[in-house]
Design a protein around this ligand. Sequence first.
Ligand SMILES: [Zn+2]
Length: 281
Amino acid sequence: MFTQTNSEIFIPDGSDPAQALARTTHLCIAAHQDDIEIMAVEGILRAYENPDLHFTGCVVTDGHGSPRAGKFAEVSDDEMAQIRVEEQKEAARIGKYSAQVFLGYPSSEVKKTGNQALKEDLKNLIRQTRTEVLYTHNLADKHNTHVGVLMRVLEALRELEPEALPKRLIGCEVWRDLDWMPDEKKVVMDVSANKELQTQLVDVFVSQVQGGKNYTDAILGRRAANATFFASHATDNATGLSFGMDMTPLLLDRSLDPLEFVKGYLQEFQDSVVGLLEAMR
Ligand SMILES: [Zn+2]
């Protein structure tokens, strides 16, 4: 179905792959194994309890080149890549995903502008899912592979026929949160439910936690902090929030430059900081 020889579609409930993709209502396209569970937990939680909703994850890179520490220190790069795929499959099982897609690209390929094979794979995937919501990395992420995936996703979306486009495109928090965006411009995703599942979905990535990162506390903590410091009474009861950047305008207007689009948000941030300081001096 996809071009790379190591590409794979894993279906936790054993359904036919075409059907598992076709029923998808919430799709996340992410760079690495474990990004999905950080950035798109809203979609996972929604589909987990609602039989009418289906979540599908897609990891673009092949899992090579990740740090190896602790009990994984002696593991080869190839073995580590396989371990990361298995961890991602376990997350898909725990989270009851409809499908988990692995496109299997080296990170270096993701960073190539207009990578034709990747663009076609992404178009193929999005067409087959007909998803309502598409979660991917946000335009202000600081990880170059994340931004590479985002730009390839935008290239694919902008070549798709209108009926295959998602209704909403959300840029999500991973290697940079979106606290700095104006509150009224944030996509506010309530992720207060089922903290136990949220914890399991991070803890399953044992190889990454062994790398010395306390992802579980960091990810659940960010959601708690977002909820506490968000200035809206409407969400006072929320104990966890994820923020998103609404990138849907980039789908509706194909001539809109993503750089100019994000510069608008950065300018608003600068204006709010400078404006308050000027008012108070
Ligand atoms: Zn990542």
